[in-house]
Unconditional design. Structure first.
Length: 393
């Protein structure tokens, strides 16, 4: 391999798998190194994506498709709500299946998958990147032209990019429950009530008339357990039983300030490349690694340059999302959130959002509100100067 350009992707979660598939599809000899033995585990993600993200992921998403949503009800803490309606506004994917299918595609494209391989050091001084690894077969050192670190939110600081100060994550949990829940099976409910889900929100995502994912994230110790109990008792009818529970750290942004060095790139949760409002990590990486993008980027150098360009562009967009997230995730803004939801319902904002914004376009919320001058004025009056951070986005 002397002289031949190569790439390594560290971490085989959704981000690493998508990146390895992308690099290999561009003709770059790619190794995918993963410390665990099986992709898709431990399970942590709900798997909700927009239509655009589903298309960007492509075939693996279609093969792992579970259910479609046509409405999202946004609730506050006083039972107040507004509804955003659009056929196919969101979809849910089987996340374990998705990672297995992405691995299969990466493999088909020629990527070399190495499970049970933990990367312990990344040295990019000079014109090659040296990875120090330890695996079942012992330890070693291997050189690559380019390295993408997709090591998730618990990334060890194996490279200076990963040693940057990270915004804190908060624990999130999903309970799959069974029983007649009474919610329309094509409607998602999201509940912005900081007494229930401090620092985030709770969600009720039906899979059928008698199965549902009930989940939340919470920034206070013990908040997760208390919040879940209340969510099940207060928002669902009696007789619902627990089938499965899983969860993990939720990122609320913003992306890390520096995401790229000359030959090393961060992606996914490792770079905090998530939608800050929802913690959704599939959208950013699906678009960064969309094989159908119109830009050229063949071979390792071209493909790495393209990934780098798209990553930085996506990070800039997610930093705009973060302005909205900061406002929504701050418990002392509960009064503002409740009144904003009431005003949004009166102004039928849900219809406008359904027409103008996609599920992933949180940065367009301000522009959408501004298109209703009366609503924008009312919100500015309710919130005072703090509303500006939302409205100028
Ligand atoms: C409760 C919950 C619900 C969520 N719901 C949604 C949702 O509905 N929609 C959505 O878009 N997003 C959702 N997310 C977020 C989404 O799951 C994550 O953003 C996404 O899975 C992150 O993928 P990743 O590949 O970046 O990281 P990870 O999945 O964490 O993968 C990192 C991989 O790197 C490996 N690794 C780490 N260090 C090393 C090393 N040194 N050497 C080798 N391997 C290493 C790990 O073993 C792991 O396999 C949710 C998250 C949570 C917690």
């Amino acid at each position: 391999m002397q002289g031949q350009e190569t790439a390594a992707v560290v971490g085989a979660g959704f981000s690493g798998l998508s990146t390895a598939r992308f690099l290999a599809s561009k003709g770059c000899p790619t190794s995918l190194l993963e410390e665990h033995g099986r992709v898709g585990f431990p399970k942590h993600c709900t798997g909700i994506v927009s239509q655009d993200t589903l298309e960007a992921i492509g075939e693996p998403a279609i093969r792992c498709y579970l259910h479609r949503y046509d409405a999202i009800v946004v609730e506050g803490s006083r039972g107040n709500s507004f509804t955003v309606e659009k056929r196919g506004i969101a979809h849910i994917l089987d996340r374990v299946c998705l990672e297995e299918e992405l691995l299969r595609e990466a493999h088909t494209q020629g990527a070399d998958y190495r499970p049970h391989t933990r990367v312990e050091s990344v040295d990019d001084r000079g014109d090659r990147v040296r990875l120090g690894y330890r695996g079942k077969m012992g330890q070693g050192l291997q050189e690559y032209s380019y390295v993408v670190l997709a090591t998730g939110s618990r990334s060890p600081a194996i490279h200076p990019l990963l040693a940057q100060k990270r915004p804190p994550t908060i624990p999130g949990v999903n309970h799959v429950v069974q029983g007649e829940h009474g919610q329309d099976p094509h409607t998602i409910r999201v509940i912005f009530d900081h007494s229930l889900a401090p620092g985030f929100f709770a969600w009720l995502v039906p899979l059928s008339p008698d199965t549902m994912i009930a989940g939340l994230a919470s920034s206070t110790p013990g908040g997760l357990r208390r919040g879940l109990r209340r969510l099940l008792e207060e928002k669902l009818p009696p007789g619902i039983s627990l089938m499965e529970a899983y969860g993990g750290p939720v990122n609320r942004g913003p992306p890390l300030s520096i995401l790229a060095a000359k030959r090393v790139l961060l992606t996914g949760d490792a770079g905090v490349l998530v939608k800050p409002v929802t913690g959704g990590g599939l959208y950013p990486v699906a678009h960064i690694t969309n094989p159908k993008g119109e830009e050229k980027g063949e071979g390792c150098a071209g493909a790495f340059a393209l990934l780098r360009k798209r990553t930085l562009r996506m990070a800039a967009r997610l930093r705009l999302h973060y302005r909205v997230a900061r406002l929504l995730h701050e418990p002392r803004n509960q009064g503002l959130i409740d009144r904003a939801i009431e005003e949004a319902a009166k102004a039928r904002l849900g219809e406008v959002i359904g027409q103008r914004m996609g599920f992933d376009d949180h940065h367009l919320l301000a522009r959408t509100v501004m298109a209703r001058p009366l609503l924008a004025l009312k919100l500015a009056i309710i919130a005072g100067p703090r509303a500006l951070s939302l409205l100028v986005g």
